[in-house]
Design a protein around this ligand. Structure first.
Ligand SMILES: C[S@@+](CC[C@H](N)C(=O)[O-])C[C@H]1O[C@@H](n2cnc3c(N)ncnc32)[C@H](O)[C@@H]1O
Length: 226
């Protein structure tokens, strides 16, 4: 599936995304709590933040709330996701900027102290992810950090199969059509293992590349630009 098809999918899903996503992603809110805890800056720090694949702005909102001096760029390919983001986060005024673009090829700026990305980078293939990690290294300030939560594969095909089976059970228990969502995932998503991705982050120049949290085929990982 190409990125234009990914964009179309999210244009359609924008309106019920916030209610739906915790039913599809295990520990969705717990992941966010940990992402906030992993941000090493003082709460009054004047930080410049990029939210890559920001969607409806769930991570952006948490950061703007927790860091009252922070300024965030919410970057996303889908106009409807950004529209909901703008509505949901209107209270933050000029501290939030929105930009529509494709992070695989468009300029998302530089000088960031923090880059977060939730459930978005798995739409790129292995080469695309490696290219993005090099771009992100250029975009982040020294001492800046990168935090990614995403769907990943297991370290072996057998583990991937086991994790995906348990993931489908999670969706089913939540009343979702796991067969339909899983077919969609097979068509739309190109996950890589967290082991490969932390290696690619180190190869891009980052320090302390590692996995902070993992549950089945979901992980929070990241790195620091020293
Ligand atoms: C599953 S949503 C995640 C939203 C939010 N970050 C979260 O953690 O819940 C993925 C978002 O990434 C965006 N996206 C996917 N590929 C993209 C790309 N190449 N460039 C920019 N945005 C992209 C989609 O439009 C969608 O809004």
């Amino acid at each position: 599936m190409n990125l234009d098809a990914v964009r179309q999918q999210f244009e359609q899903r924008a309106f019920d995304y916030d209610g739906l996503i915790p039913r599809l992603i295990p520990h969705y809110r717990e992941q966010q709590d940990l992402i906030l805890q992993l941000i090493p800056f003082e709460t009054n720090a004047n930080i410049k933040v990029l939210d890559l694949g920001a969607g409806t702005g769930i991570l952006s909102a948490l950061i703007l709330q927790a860091f009252p001096q922070a300024k965030v760029l919410a970057f996303d390919i889908a106009q409807n996701m950004l529209k909901i983001c703008q509505t949901n986060l209107s209270a933050f005024g000029k501290r939030l900027r929105l930009q529509q673009g494709n992070f695989a090829e468009d300029d998302f700026g530089s000088g960031y102290d923090l880059v977060v990305s939730g459930l978005a980078i798995h739409h790129l293939d292995s080469a695309g992810k490696q290219h993005l990690f090099h771009q992100l290294f250029q975009s982040i300030n020294p001492e800046g950090i990168l935090l990614i939560r995403d769907i990943v594969t297991g370290a072996t095909p057998k583990l991937t199969e086991q994790y995906e089976k348990l993931w489908r059970q999670y969706m089913k228990v939540n009343g979702e059509d796991d067969t339909a969502w899983f077919q969609n995932y097979l068509k739309e998503d190109i996950p890589s293992s967290v082991e490969e991705q932390t290696k690619w982050l180190a190869e891009a120049g980052f320090a302390d590349a590692g996995c902070h949290w993992r549950y089945l085929n979901f992980a929070i990982f990241g790195a620091v630009k020293s």
